[in-house]
Design a protein around this ligand. Structure first.
Ligand SMILES: [Zn+2]
Ligand SMILES: [Zn+2]
Length: 135
């Protein structure tokens, strides 16, 4: 009988598992951002990959977890994009008219981290937040 030895998890797998765990620990939108009825996050990626990764759109309602970290869609990459601070900045603005924010973020992940040819990931995220406040 041959025993298959479990391969050690890669850095990327560990990072994904960590992110999953952090999502489960995150507070609900209704407790973290009580006056937000809906938050929409649109993600558009540009990088070296052909075809470029599909755009993503995420909607958060009050029962959803207030968790705003997204894995880089690049297959060799262990990076993530963290919009937590941008969401907090928009949600905490006192003007009721403050409803949208947008910006760009470069990926901080590495390709082939365990090899000598490690190179930074060229993926760039353009993000947009649309916030609907509760009355
Ligand atoms: Zn990346
Ligand atoms: Zn990449």
């Amino acid at each position: 009988m041959k025993l298959t030895s479990r391969k050690l998890p890669t850095f990327g797998e560990q990072r994904r598992a960590g992110r999953q765990n952090d999502r489960l620990q995150a507070p609900a939108m209704r407790s973290r951002y009580a006056d937000v009825a809906k938050l929409q996050i649109d993600l558009n990626f540009a990088g070296m990959s052909r075809p470029p990764p599909s755009p993503q759109s995420h909607s958060y309602y009050p029962p959803a977890r207030a968790f705003f970290r997204f894995a880089c869609p690049c297959s060799e990459c262990d990076g993530e994009f963290d919009l937590s601070a941008s969401v907090a900045a928009l949600a905490e603005m006192k003007q009721p008219s403050a409803r949208t924010a947008s910006g760009r973020l470069g990926c901080e992940g590495m390709h082939f981290r365990e090899r000598a040819t490690a190179a930074p990931c060229p993926m760039v995220l353009s993000w947009r937040l649309v916030l609907v406040r509760a009355d």
